[in-house]
Design a protein around this ligand. Structure first.
Ligand code: GRG
Length: 313
């Protein structure tokens, strides 16, 4: 186990992505936006965050290759989708949060209507960005595949349905009659998490991978890796809501428990969740051996589950 080698790979992917976002993506976005809309989108896009999804796309594409802007365009697209989902999730009609990434949420800083519109514009900009990916060797299927992967991860087949199931679970918990059994709750929680969080994480890996010549051979094992990584990410997120602080998280902790939300710790208890984290970490290392080919990839994909399971925000 070598977390410091992993950290330096993660850091180099993240800084490469952030300089592209600051120089290329934001200037393109500003070209097409009303000034107030741009300021709102920029406020959320540059607020920090781990940049996990762009980093995953970079890692699954084979790392940073000279002259290849394609994967940075894909990373920007993923970060636009992720940022829009956080903006909308924080709205009064959804989670009603005042803080995100240590700053006032967008609707608090600007207004609720501006936050809705900024999320809408980021969502469509993410799909426009895919049109800027350049294909080589007459690969006519490339754009069709990229659009499909992003749609499955972020739209009705993925994240948005996950959010609907999440809201349904909350409603069911607040109603006295016909409340679901524990088995039904576990089943719905699994589905919610795999769609709400896991689908975009899996899409990040599949988008980067689609830029490679050998993308077909790696697709199935990367999908499995993405599904388990999404689950690991979400169980850790639920644990952090119980054990994290406002300072480390940059948002209000303890909200799940307060609102009686169905979460992994609520259903299984913290100890069982921590052993699930360990099992998932082992499983992920084993799946990674099916697709890694270089020493950098091996380092990254074996250490990533450790990083995700130990993260503090
Ligand atoms: C509103 C359509 C719509 C979807 C919302 C993803 C989502 C669905 C809501 C986000 C709320 C949330 C806390 C989900 C749990 C997992 C998650 C996505 C956490 C935040 O992602 P990080 O930790 O964030 O990658 P940073 O700030 O590092 O970018």
């Amino acid at each position: 186990m070598n977390q410091s080698a992993f950290s330096s790979i993660f850091h180099s992917y993240r800084t490469t992505f952030e300089s592209f976002l600051d120089s290329q993506t934001l200037s393109l976005l500003s070209k097409y936006s009303a000034p107030e809309l741009f300021e709102a989108m920029k406020y959320s896009l540059v607020a920090g965050g781990k940049r996990l999804r762009p980093v995953l796309a970079l890692a699954s594409s084979g790392g940073i290759q000279k002259g290849s802007q394609n994967v940075l365009i894909l990373g920007s697209s993923l970060e636009c989708i992720h940022t829009y989902s956080l903006i909308h999730d924080d709205l009064p009609s959804m989670d009603n949060d005042d803080f995100r990434r240590g700053l006032p949420t967008l609707h608090k800083k600007f207004s609720e209507s501006t936050a809705i519109l900024a999320g809408d514009a980021l969502n469509s900009f993410a799909f426009y960005l895919l049109s800027l990916v350049e294909s080589e060797n007459g690969d006519f299927l490339l754009h069709r595949n990229l659009l499909e992967i992003l749609h499955i991860g972020s739209g009705a087949p993925g994240m948005v349905s996950g959010q609907i199931y999440d809201l349904q679970m909350e409603r069911a918990n607040s109603e006295d009659q016909n409340s679901p059994t524990t088995e039904e709750k576990i089943e719905l929680l699994r589905l919610t998490h795999s769609l709400k969080t896991g689908a975009l994480i899996k899409a990040s890996l599949l988008l980067g991978n689609r830029l490679r010549q050998d993308w077909k051979e790696r697709q199935d094992s990367l999908s499995k890796y993405g599904e388990d990584l999404g689950l690991l990410f979400q169980i850790t997120d639920d644990i952090l809501d119980v054990e994290g602080t406002q300072e480390s998280l940059g948002k209000t902790p303890g909200k799940d428990q307060k609102s009686g939300k169905t979460t992994y710790p609520a259903l299984f208890g913290l100890d069982r969740c921590k052993s699930m984290v360990k099992d998932l970490q082992k499983n992920l290392i084993s799946i990674s051996s099916d697709f890694v080919s270089t020493s950098e990839e091996k380092e990254f994909f074996e250490e990533l589950p450790v990083y995700i399971g130990q993260r503090k925000n």
